[in-house]
Ligand binder design. Structure first.
Ligand SMILES: NC(=O)c1ccc[n+]([C@@H]2O[C@H](COP(=O)([O-])OP(=O)(O)OC[C@H]3O[C@@H](n4cnc5c(N)ncnc54)[C@H](O)[C@@H]3O)[C@@H](O)[C@H]2O)c1
Length: 373
Protein backbone atom coordinates (compact mmCIF):
# COMPACT_ATOMS: atom_id res chain seq x y z
CA UNK A 1 0.00 0.00 0.00
CA UNK A 2 1.21 3.49 -0.83
CA UNK A 3 1.55 5.55 2.35
CA UNK A 4 0.60 9.22 2.57
CA UNK A 5 4.22 10.27 2.80
CA UNK A 6 5.01 8.67 -0.58
CA UNK A 7 5.14 11.26 -3.33
CA UNK A 8 4.35 10.43 -6.93
CA UNK A 9 5.47 12.31 -10.02
CA UNK A 10 4.23 11.35 -13.47
CA UNK A 11 6.61 11.57 -16.41
CA UNK A 12 3.97 12.25 -19.07
CA UNK A 13 5.20 11.09 -22.47
CA UNK A 14 3.45 10.61 -25.80
CA UNK A 15 3.85 6.87 -25.33
CA UNK A 16 4.71 4.93 -22.20
CA UNK A 17 4.31 7.55 -19.47
CA UNK A 18 5.54 6.34 -16.12
CA UNK A 19 5.40 7.09 -12.41
CA UNK A 20 8.24 8.04 -10.13
CA UNK A 21 7.64 7.09 -6.48
CA UNK A 22 9.61 9.03 -3.86
CA UNK A 23 9.80 8.42 -0.13
CA UNK A 24 11.32 6.64 2.80
CA UNK A 25 10.84 2.82 2.83
CA UNK A 26 8.89 2.88 -0.41
CA UNK A 27 10.58 -0.25 -1.73
CA UNK A 28 7.95 -2.24 0.10
CA UNK A 29 5.34 -1.14 -2.47
CA UNK A 30 7.39 -2.48 -5.37
CA UNK A 31 6.10 -6.08 -5.44
CA UNK A 32 2.50 -4.86 -5.55
CA UNK A 33 3.31 -2.30 -8.21
CA UNK A 34 4.98 -4.95 -10.36
CA UNK A 35 1.87 -7.13 -10.05
CA UNK A 36 -0.53 -4.22 -10.60
CA UNK A 37 1.28 -3.17 -13.77
CA UNK A 38 1.43 -6.73 -14.98
CA UNK A 39 5.18 -6.53 -15.49
CA UNK A 40 7.20 -9.62 -16.32
CA UNK A 41 8.11 -11.93 -13.44
CA UNK A 42 11.38 -13.19 -14.89
CA UNK A 43 13.70 -10.86 -13.08
CA UNK A 44 17.29 -9.83 -13.40
CA UNK A 45 18.24 -7.55 -10.55
CA UNK A 46 21.43 -5.70 -11.51
CA UNK A 47 22.95 -4.14 -8.40
CA UNK A 48 25.94 -1.87 -7.80
CA UNK A 49 28.59 -3.72 -5.75
CA UNK A 50 28.57 -1.26 -2.86
CA UNK A 51 24.78 -1.18 -2.70
CA UNK A 52 24.78 -4.98 -2.64
CA UNK A 53 27.27 -4.92 0.23
CA UNK A 54 25.03 -2.72 2.40
CA UNK A 55 21.53 -3.73 1.32
CA UNK A 56 21.57 -7.30 0.01
CA UNK A 57 19.23 -8.76 2.63
CA UNK A 58 16.58 -6.14 1.95
CA UNK A 59 16.96 -6.59 -1.82
CA UNK A 60 16.83 -10.40 -1.72
CA UNK A 61 13.75 -10.48 0.54
CA UNK A 62 11.88 -7.99 -1.56
CA UNK A 63 12.10 -9.73 -4.89
CA UNK A 64 12.13 -13.38 -4.02
CA UNK A 65 8.42 -13.18 -3.07
CA UNK A 66 7.22 -12.09 -6.53
CA UNK A 67 9.58 -13.64 -9.05
CA UNK A 68 9.01 -16.71 -11.25
CA UNK A 69 12.70 -16.74 -11.98
CA UNK A 70 15.28 -14.45 -10.42
CA UNK A 71 18.98 -13.72 -10.80
CA UNK A 72 21.05 -11.14 -9.00
CA UNK A 73 23.84 -9.62 -11.03
CA UNK A 74 26.47 -7.54 -9.22
CA UNK A 75 28.17 -4.75 -11.16
CA UNK A 76 31.63 -3.54 -10.04
CA UNK A 77 31.25 0.01 -8.68
CA UNK A 78 32.63 2.96 -10.60
CA UNK A 79 32.55 4.79 -13.92
CA UNK A 80 34.82 2.16 -15.51
CA UNK A 81 31.79 -0.17 -15.57
CA UNK A 82 30.13 2.03 -18.18
CA UNK A 83 32.03 0.08 -20.83
CA UNK A 84 31.38 -2.41 -23.61
CA UNK A 85 33.33 -5.02 -21.61
CA UNK A 86 30.84 -4.80 -18.76
CA UNK A 87 27.99 -4.76 -21.26
CA UNK A 88 29.38 -7.92 -22.83
CA UNK A 89 29.48 -9.61 -19.40
CA UNK A 90 25.89 -8.67 -18.74
CA UNK A 91 24.54 -9.85 -22.13
CA UNK A 92 26.45 -13.12 -21.64
CA UNK A 93 24.90 -13.60 -18.22
CA UNK A 94 21.40 -12.98 -19.58
CA UNK A 95 21.82 -15.43 -22.45
CA UNK A 96 23.59 -18.13 -20.42
CA UNK A 97 20.72 -18.09 -17.95
CA UNK A 98 18.03 -18.37 -20.59
CA UNK A 99 16.49 -14.90 -20.30
CA UNK A 100 14.30 -13.89 -23.22
CA UNK A 101 11.91 -11.15 -24.27
CA UNK A 102 9.72 -11.68 -21.20
CA UNK A 103 12.40 -10.31 -18.86
CA UNK A 104 12.13 -7.44 -16.41
CA UNK A 105 15.50 -5.86 -15.63
CA UNK A 106 15.74 -3.85 -12.43
CA UNK A 107 18.78 -1.63 -11.99
CA UNK A 108 19.68 -0.73 -8.40
CA UNK A 109 22.49 1.79 -7.97
CA UNK A 110 23.72 5.20 -9.01
CA UNK A 111 23.99 6.81 -12.43
CA UNK A 112 26.54 4.24 -13.58
CA UNK A 113 24.10 1.34 -13.08
CA UNK A 114 21.22 3.32 -14.60
CA UNK A 115 23.21 4.21 -17.72
CA UNK A 116 24.82 0.79 -18.22
CA UNK A 117 21.86 -1.41 -17.35
CA UNK A 118 19.45 0.96 -19.09
CA UNK A 119 21.44 0.63 -22.31
CA UNK A 120 21.70 -3.15 -21.94
CA UNK A 121 17.92 -3.30 -21.45
CA UNK A 122 17.29 -1.07 -24.47
CA UNK A 123 19.34 -3.33 -26.73
CA UNK A 124 18.81 -6.85 -25.34
CA UNK A 125 16.32 -8.55 -27.70
CA UNK A 126 15.56 -5.04 -29.05
CA UNK A 127 14.37 -3.90 -25.65
CA UNK A 128 12.89 -5.57 -22.57
CA UNK A 129 11.16 -4.08 -19.53
CA UNK A 130 13.15 -1.81 -17.20
CA UNK A 131 12.69 -0.43 -13.68
CA UNK A 132 15.15 1.97 -12.05
CA UNK A 133 15.89 2.07 -8.34
CA UNK A 134 18.35 4.93 -7.89
CA UNK A 135 20.50 4.82 -4.75
CA UNK A 136 22.65 7.96 -5.04
CA UNK A 137 21.52 11.55 -4.74
CA UNK A 138 22.66 12.23 -8.30
CA UNK A 139 20.67 9.33 -9.73
CA UNK A 140 17.63 10.26 -7.61
CA UNK A 141 17.48 13.88 -8.74
CA UNK A 142 18.59 13.37 -12.30
CA UNK A 143 19.89 10.31 -14.12
CA UNK A 144 17.08 7.85 -13.32
CA UNK A 145 14.51 10.14 -14.97
CA UNK A 146 14.21 10.82 -18.67
CA UNK A 147 15.48 7.70 -20.40
CA UNK A 148 19.04 8.58 -21.33
CA UNK A 149 21.21 5.46 -21.22
CA UNK A 150 24.68 4.72 -22.48
CA UNK A 151 28.31 3.80 -22.03
CA UNK A 152 31.66 5.52 -22.52
CA UNK A 153 34.03 4.53 -25.29
CA UNK A 154 37.75 5.23 -24.91
CA UNK A 155 37.92 8.78 -23.62
CA UNK A 156 34.50 9.68 -24.97
CA UNK A 157 31.77 10.08 -22.42
CA UNK A 158 28.30 8.58 -23.11
CA UNK A 159 29.15 8.35 -26.81
CA UNK A 160 27.23 5.09 -27.34
CA UNK A 161 23.69 5.04 -26.04
CA UNK A 162 19.95 5.11 -26.52
CA UNK A 163 16.87 6.82 -25.21
CA UNK A 164 14.96 4.15 -23.33
CA UNK A 165 12.28 4.88 -20.75
CA UNK A 166 11.70 2.69 -17.69
CA UNK A 167 8.30 1.30 -16.68
CA UNK A 168 8.63 3.00 -13.27
CA UNK A 169 11.21 4.57 -10.95
CA UNK A 170 11.33 3.95 -7.19
CA UNK A 171 13.37 6.46 -5.19
CA UNK A 172 13.68 5.05 -1.70
CA UNK A 173 15.52 7.74 0.22
CA UNK A 174 16.64 5.22 2.89
CA UNK A 175 19.39 4.16 0.47
CA UNK A 176 21.01 7.56 1.01
CA UNK A 177 21.77 6.59 4.64
CA UNK A 178 24.76 4.53 3.46
CA UNK A 179 25.89 6.88 0.69
CA UNK A 180 29.33 8.37 1.51
CA UNK A 181 29.34 12.12 2.18
CA UNK A 182 31.50 12.90 -0.86
CA UNK A 183 28.94 11.17 -3.09
CA UNK A 184 26.15 13.22 -1.52
CA UNK A 185 28.17 16.37 -2.18
CA UNK A 186 28.74 15.23 -5.76
CA UNK A 187 24.96 14.82 -6.15
CA UNK A 188 24.53 18.45 -5.22
CA UNK A 189 26.07 19.33 -8.58
CA UNK A 190 22.86 18.37 -10.39
CA UNK A 191 20.73 19.95 -7.62
CA UNK A 192 22.54 23.26 -8.17
CA UNK A 193 21.93 22.83 -11.91
CA UNK A 194 18.16 22.66 -11.27
CA UNK A 195 18.44 25.78 -9.11
CA UNK A 196 19.93 27.63 -12.13
CA UNK A 197 17.37 26.19 -14.56
CA UNK A 198 14.22 26.88 -12.61
CA UNK A 199 13.56 30.07 -10.64
CA UNK A 200 14.76 32.29 -7.81
CA UNK A 201 12.56 30.43 -5.31
CA UNK A 202 14.53 27.21 -5.75
CA UNK A 203 17.86 29.04 -6.14
CA UNK A 204 17.33 30.95 -2.88
CA UNK A 205 16.02 27.83 -1.13
CA UNK A 206 19.10 25.78 -2.07
CA UNK A 207 21.42 28.63 -1.11
CA UNK A 208 19.71 29.29 2.21
CA UNK A 209 19.41 25.65 3.22
CA UNK A 210 22.80 24.65 1.87
CA UNK A 211 24.18 23.48 5.21
CA UNK A 212 21.13 21.40 6.02
CA UNK A 213 20.42 19.99 2.55
CA UNK A 214 21.09 16.44 3.68
CA UNK A 215 18.41 16.49 6.38
CA UNK A 216 15.89 13.78 5.54
CA UNK A 217 12.94 16.09 5.04
CA UNK A 218 14.84 18.67 3.05
CA UNK A 219 16.52 16.15 0.78
CA UNK A 220 13.15 14.57 -0.02
CA UNK A 221 11.81 17.99 -0.92
CA UNK A 222 14.82 18.68 -3.13
CA UNK A 223 14.44 15.30 -4.86
CA UNK A 224 10.73 15.91 -5.43
CA UNK A 225 11.39 19.39 -6.89
CA UNK A 226 14.22 18.18 -9.12
CA UNK A 227 12.27 15.18 -10.42
CA UNK A 228 9.24 17.39 -11.12
CA UNK A 229 11.38 19.87 -13.09
CA UNK A 230 13.06 17.12 -15.08
CA UNK A 231 9.76 15.32 -15.78
CA UNK A 232 8.24 18.55 -17.12
CA UNK A 233 11.21 19.20 -19.41
CA UNK A 234 11.41 15.61 -20.69
CA UNK A 235 7.65 15.60 -21.32
CA UNK A 236 8.08 18.52 -23.72
CA UNK A 237 11.18 17.24 -25.50
CA UNK A 238 11.85 13.56 -24.89
CA UNK A 239 14.65 13.13 -27.45
CA UNK A 240 16.51 16.41 -26.80
CA UNK A 241 15.76 18.25 -30.02
CA UNK A 242 15.54 21.62 -28.27
CA UNK A 243 14.29 22.43 -24.73
CA UNK A 244 15.85 19.36 -23.08
CA UNK A 245 19.28 20.73 -23.96
CA UNK A 246 18.96 23.11 -21.00
CA UNK A 247 19.65 20.09 -18.80
CA UNK A 248 23.17 20.11 -20.25
CA UNK A 249 23.98 23.39 -18.50
CA UNK A 250 27.64 23.01 -17.40
CA UNK A 251 27.90 19.57 -19.01
CA UNK A 252 29.89 20.43 -22.16
CA UNK A 253 32.74 21.50 -19.91
CA UNK A 254 32.00 18.78 -17.35
CA UNK A 255 32.28 15.89 -19.80
CA UNK A 256 35.57 17.28 -21.13
CA UNK A 257 36.93 17.61 -17.56
CA UNK A 258 35.96 14.00 -16.83
CA UNK A 259 37.58 12.70 -20.02
CA UNK A 260 40.75 14.73 -19.47
CA UNK A 261 41.06 13.27 -15.96
CA UNK A 262 40.38 9.72 -17.21
CA UNK A 263 37.08 9.59 -15.30
CA UNK A 264 38.96 9.74 -11.99
CA UNK A 265 36.72 12.55 -10.77
CA UNK A 266 33.13 12.38 -9.65
CA UNK A 267 30.57 13.32 -12.27
CA UNK A 268 28.79 15.73 -9.92
CA UNK A 269 32.05 17.51 -9.10
CA UNK A 270 32.78 17.86 -12.80
CA UNK A 271 29.29 19.34 -13.24
CA UNK A 272 30.00 21.90 -10.51
CA UNK A 273 33.29 22.91 -12.20
CA UNK A 274 31.47 22.88 -15.56
CA UNK A 275 28.80 25.27 -14.30
CA UNK A 276 31.47 27.62 -12.95
CA UNK A 277 33.09 27.60 -16.41
CA UNK A 278 29.70 28.15 -18.09
CA UNK A 279 29.04 31.14 -15.82
CA UNK A 280 32.41 32.66 -16.68
CA UNK A 281 31.88 32.03 -20.40
CA UNK A 282 28.41 33.61 -20.23
CA UNK A 283 30.02 36.69 -18.68
CA UNK A 284 32.90 36.65 -21.18
CA UNK A 285 30.33 36.81 -24.00
CA UNK A 286 28.46 39.66 -22.25
CA UNK A 287 25.38 37.50 -21.73
CA UNK A 288 25.64 37.66 -17.93
CA UNK A 289 26.28 40.85 -15.96
CA UNK A 290 29.25 41.13 -13.58
CA UNK A 291 26.84 41.56 -10.68
CA UNK A 292 24.92 38.38 -11.51
CA UNK A 293 28.14 36.49 -12.21
CA UNK A 294 29.31 37.17 -8.67
CA UNK A 295 25.93 36.33 -7.16
CA UNK A 296 25.52 33.08 -9.14
CA UNK A 297 29.09 31.88 -8.58
CA UNK A 298 28.51 31.92 -4.85
CA UNK A 299 26.35 28.77 -5.04
CA UNK A 300 28.66 26.32 -6.91
CA UNK A 301 31.62 27.77 -5.04
CA UNK A 302 30.08 26.55 -1.79
CA UNK A 303 31.51 23.19 -2.87
CA UNK A 304 35.24 22.78 -2.48
CA UNK A 305 36.48 20.89 -5.54
CA UNK A 306 39.61 18.72 -5.64
CA UNK A 307 42.81 20.56 -6.52
CA UNK A 308 43.11 18.77 -9.88
CA UNK A 309 40.27 20.94 -11.21
CA UNK A 310 42.57 23.94 -10.77
CA UNK A 311 45.33 22.61 -13.04
CA UNK A 312 43.79 21.22 -16.21
CA UNK A 313 45.31 21.24 -19.67
CA UNK A 314 43.19 23.82 -21.50
CA UNK A 315 44.29 22.70 -24.97
CA UNK A 316 43.15 19.15 -24.27
CA UNK A 317 39.85 20.33 -22.80
CA UNK A 318 39.22 22.43 -25.89
CA UNK A 319 39.96 19.49 -28.23
CA UNK A 320 37.74 17.10 -26.27
CA UNK A 321 34.84 19.57 -26.39
CA UNK A 322 35.22 19.71 -30.18
CA UNK A 323 34.81 15.95 -30.44
CA UNK A 324 31.80 15.87 -28.06
CA UNK A 325 28.61 14.48 -29.61
CA UNK A 326 26.92 17.79 -28.91
CA UNK A 327 29.24 19.80 -31.17
CA UNK A 328 28.12 20.34 -34.76
CA UNK A 329 29.72 21.68 -37.97
CA UNK A 330 33.04 22.00 -36.15
CA UNK A 331 31.51 24.29 -33.50
CA UNK A 332 31.09 23.62 -29.82
CA UNK A 333 27.48 24.18 -28.72
CA UNK A 334 27.44 25.71 -25.26
CA UNK A 335 24.45 25.96 -22.94
CA UNK A 336 24.85 29.30 -21.16
CA UNK A 337 22.83 31.54 -18.86
CA UNK A 338 21.73 35.17 -18.72
CA UNK A 339 19.61 34.92 -15.56
CA UNK A 340 18.13 32.27 -13.27
CA UNK A 341 15.67 30.35 -15.42
CA UNK A 342 16.93 32.03 -18.58
CA UNK A 343 19.10 29.45 -20.29
CA UNK A 344 20.59 30.05 -23.75
CA UNK A 345 21.07 27.14 -26.15
CA UNK A 346 23.63 26.49 -28.88
CA UNK A 347 25.84 29.48 -28.07
CA UNK A 348 29.22 29.59 -29.82
CA UNK A 349 32.45 31.13 -28.55
CA UNK A 350 35.93 31.57 -29.99
CA UNK A 351 39.03 29.88 -28.67
CA UNK A 352 40.24 32.94 -26.76
CA UNK A 353 36.91 33.36 -24.97
CA UNK A 354 36.84 29.68 -24.03
CA UNK A 355 40.44 29.76 -22.76
CA UNK A 356 39.66 32.90 -20.72
CA UNK A 357 36.66 31.20 -19.14
CA UNK A 358 38.75 28.12 -18.33
CA UNK A 359 41.51 30.25 -16.78
CA UNK A 360 39.02 32.15 -14.61
CA UNK A 361 37.45 28.83 -13.56
CA UNK A 362 40.82 27.49 -12.43
CA UNK A 363 41.61 30.71 -10.56
CA UNK A 364 38.23 30.71 -8.79
CA UNK A 365 38.52 27.04 -7.78
CA UNK A 366 42.05 27.59 -6.55
CA UNK A 367 41.14 30.71 -4.58
CA UNK A 368 38.17 28.87 -3.10
CA UNK A 369 40.41 26.04 -1.92
CA UNK A 370 42.79 28.27 -0.02
CA UNK A 371 39.98 30.38 1.47
CA UNK A 372 39.78 29.81 5.25
CA UNK A 373 36.68 27.87 6.35
N1 LIG B 1 21.38 9.27 -17.88
C1 LIG B 1 21.39 10.51 -17.44
O1 LIG B 1 20.48 11.29 -17.71
C2 LIG B 1 22.52 10.97 -16.56
C3 LIG B 1 22.44 12.21 -15.91
C4 LIG B 1 23.47 12.58 -15.04
C5 LIG B 1 24.54 11.71 -14.83
N2 LIG B 1 24.58 10.52 -15.49
C6 LIG B 1 25.70 9.59 -15.26
O2 LIG B 1 25.65 9.15 -13.91
C7 LIG B 1 26.96 8.72 -13.51
C8 LIG B 1 27.26 9.24 -12.13
O3 LIG B 1 26.30 8.73 -11.25
P1 LIG B 1 26.56 8.65 -9.67
O4 LIG B 1 27.12 9.92 -9.20
O5 LIG B 1 25.33 8.12 -9.07
O6 LIG B 1 27.78 7.64 -9.57
P2 LIG B 1 27.90 6.06 -9.31
O7 LIG B 1 26.81 5.31 -9.91
O8 LIG B 1 29.30 5.72 -9.72
O9 LIG B 1 27.80 5.96 -7.71
C9 LIG B 1 28.74 6.62 -6.92
C10 LIG B 1 29.35 5.72 -5.86
O10 LIG B 1 28.38 5.51 -4.83
C11 LIG B 1 28.27 4.10 -4.55
N3 LIG B 1 26.90 3.92 -4.09
C12 LIG B 1 25.77 4.04 -4.82
N4 LIG B 1 24.68 3.99 -4.02
C13 LIG B 1 25.13 3.79 -2.77
C14 LIG B 1 24.50 3.66 -1.51
N5 LIG B 1 23.18 3.81 -1.36
N6 LIG B 1 25.27 3.43 -0.43
C15 LIG B 1 26.63 3.35 -0.54
N7 LIG B 1 27.29 3.51 -1.70
C16 LIG B 1 26.55 3.72 -2.80
C17 LIG B 1 28.66 3.42 -5.84
O11 LIG B 1 29.14 2.13 -5.61
C18 LIG B 1 29.77 4.35 -6.33
O12 LIG B 1 30.98 4.02 -5.71
C19 LIG B 1 27.92 9.23 -14.56
O13 LIG B 1 28.34 8.18 -15.37
C20 LIG B 1 27.08 10.20 -15.38
O14 LIG B 1 27.50 10.29 -16.72
C21 LIG B 1 23.60 10.13 -16.34
Amino acid sequence: MISLSTKKVLVPLKENSYQVFIGSSILSILPDEIKRRNLNKNLIIAVDGNVWYYHQEKIKNLFTQIACKIFFYIVPPGEKSKSYLELNEFYTHLLNNGFGRDTLIIGIGGGVIGDLIGFATATFMRGVQLVHIPTTLLASVDSSIGGKTGINFGKRKNIIGAFYQPKAVFIDTDFLDTLPLEEKISGLGEVIKYAFLSDYDLFNFVEKKFNSLFDKKIIQEIILKSVSIKAAIVAQDEKESSLRKILNFGHTFAHAFESEMNFRVKHGEAVVAGMIAALFLSNELNLLSNQNLEKFLSLPLKIKLPLKFASMNKGNIYDIMHSDKKSSSGKINFVLISDIGNILLDVHANKKEIFNALQKTEDAIHKNLIKPL
